[in-house]
Design a protein around this ligand. Structure first.
Ligand code: DQA
Length: 144
């Protein structure tokens, strides 16, 4: 049985209200519910966590490492582009992390083209809306 963790970073709690033309109309709750169903349908388990705080996300990655999970599906949101501390946390833990983005960051402002985290992640999935999370779950359910 696969145990997966879904983590979301800053402002993802505002999905459904926030920049709908970019992120769509779905909410974080919808993502969490649909992904949990998908994972459970494959005989797995999903825990979910969201924080607007860099340090809390780091603490949570450390905790996830102790459980242990088979993988972390992580949308680090704006911290993707800035956080050396989150990169070090991902590099420090044993469990694989897939970096996920709802929007295609490469079509957007140049500061979003760089990820501080991708090089220490198992993989990166970008630009498929809510399906970005589903594709990450499939990658873990099939390979890891
Ligand atoms: C995002 C892309 C980031 O650049 C942005 O800061 C977000 C959301 C995405 O899912 O498309 O908050 O991670």
């Amino acid at each position: 049985m696969k145990r997966l963790m879904l983590m979301n970073g800053p402002n993802i709690n505002l999905l459904g209200k926030r920049e709908k033309e970019i992120y769509g109309e779905f909410t974080l709750q919808t993502i969490e519910e649909k992904l949990a169903k998908l994972v459970e349908g494959q005989g797995g388990e999903l825990d979910c966590y969201q924080s607007n705080h860099e340090g809390e996300l780091i603490d949570y990655l450390h905790k996830a490492n102790e459980k242990p999970y088979d993988g972390v599906i992580f949308n680090p949101a704006a911290y993707t582009h800035t956080s050396v501390a989150l990169r070090d946390a991902i590099a420090a833990i044993d469990i694989p992390v897939i970096e996920v983005h709802i929007s295609n960051v490469h079509k957007r402002e140049t500061f979003r083209h760089q990820s501080m985290l991708a090089a220490v992640c198992y993989g990166q999935i970008v630009g498929f809306g809510m399906d970005s999370y589903r594709l990450a779950a499939f990658a873990f359910l099939k390979n890891k």
